[in-house]
Design a protein around this ligand. Structure first.
Ligand code: NAG
Ligand code: NAG
Length: 348
């Protein structure tokens, strides 16, 4: 067919190569993609991580299907670099990492400590707790991986009238100063009502209310948090992430299976790139608040990829067994390992 065809295809190939290198290095959206079966996963075996709490220990609690541990997240335009625990430990030698938030932070914190421990199974570690802060130390690396349980990020204060959720007060921020990498999260407790709601009043701009629109309260509190970050974080020293909204699965209509009343019995992810039920409204709030911040904060935008994982929850293999049906947290090994693998790809 002569030289024209060949040189044209060559130019084409070169262009394609340039485009794909360019997009993976700069433009690749790590959070748009799909789940693919990969027998080289999970990154660690649950039995090799002795300190997983009961609520995430699905296999110990009797879950027998294990295919859910073998999915790898595949972004559409590039591939993730596989998590390397030794590299991570070296990078953070002498440093401190802190997760701040609710039990989804606990979930991701446990996942990361398992991922690191399984890279150095014989290395000494210890776990200590002071008030709300739990510290997992890798002693040979002088690395602290901490968890500050702070379900609203903003303060809940005991006063004469009762427990007050203060949307514009964030005193616990003093615990977060100087930490080398912070990963924040809050959302699930903003919809709590009834006996497990851990406050009696809401205070904002000096006005005390019995209640208010919860999404609005969430946005005000997030802006308080954003103000704290803008005023207190030195971007030369500290990396700041927001963990993103971790979704629950209690309504099968949202994933195209109207008969399913929860995640019980789900053994497979949705295999496409789309979640029929769309994103929870809290995602927009998080994105709006972060977009207005002065300091660089990266969103670990895990909502869509986790929405696709209706199979990843403890369901009846969590803390309370069949009576404690849990379609909010995630089994370990499992989905939060991918959140940490994404985090790893963003800080490499
Ligand atoms: C944990 O490690 C720290 C730092 O080396 C040490 O001070 C502390 O005593 C250790 N705690 C336990 C319970 O081993
Ligand atoms: C499940 O979601 C559908 C679609 O949004 C909604 O119409 C339905 O009321 C929901 N069911 C429950 C039990 O919340």
């Amino acid at each position: 067919m002569g030289p024209w065809v060949d040189s044209n295809s060559l130019v084409c190939l070169l262009l394609l190569a340039t485009v794909s290198v360019f997009s993976s290095a700069y433009g690749c959206d790590l959070f748009t993609g799909k789940w693919v079966l990969d027998p080289s996963y999970p990154l660690y075996s649950a039995s090799a991580c002795p300190f997983i709490q009961k609520e995430f220990s699905c296999q110990k609690n009797g879950r027998q299907d294990l295919v859910y541990t073998q999915y790898r997240w595949q972004p559409l335009d590039c591939s993730l670099t596989r998590f390397n625990g030794l590299k991570f430990l070296e990078k953070f030698r002498g440093k401190s990492i802190m997760f701040v938030g609710d039990s989804l932070s606990l979930n991701q914190w446990q996942s990361l400590t398992c991922m690191l421990h399984s890279a150095v199974p014989d290395a000494p570690y210890n776990v200590t707790r002071v008030n709300d802060v739990t510290t997992f130390q890798f002693l040979d690396y002088d690395l602290k991986v901490m968890l500050d349980r702070r379900v609203y990020l903003v303060d809940v204060v005991m006063e004469k009238i009762g427990r007050v959720l203060k949307l514009d007060s964030i005193q616990s921020g003093k615990l977060w100063k100087g930490i080398d990498m912070l990963i924040f999260n809050t959302w699930h407790w903003w919809n709590r009502r009834g006996p497990t709601q851990p406050w009696d009043f809401i205070e904002y701009q000096g006005v005390i209310r019995k209640d208010m629109d919860r999404i609005q309260a969430f946005e005000i509190a997030l802006n308080t948090w954003a103000g704290w970050v803008d005023a207190n974080v030195d971007p030369e020293k500290s990396l700041v992430f927001f963990q993103g909204i971790s979704p629950s699965h209690y309504n099968g209509t949202l994933w195209g299976e109207p008969k399913a009343k929860s995640c019980v019995g789900q053994k497979q992810p949705l295999l496409g790139t789309v979640y029929p039920g769309g994103l929870p409204p809290a995602v927009d709030v998080v994105k709006r608040v972060i977009s207005k911040m002065e300091k660089p904060v990266k969103l670990l935008d895990v909502t869509l990829l986790s929405l696709l994982r209706k199979d990843g929850h403890p369901s009846i293999y969590g803390l309370g067994g069949s009576t404690g049906l849990d379609c909010s947290h995630w089994c370990l090994a499992g989905v939060p390992d991918t959140w940490n693998e994404l985090l790893y790809n963003l800080i490499l």
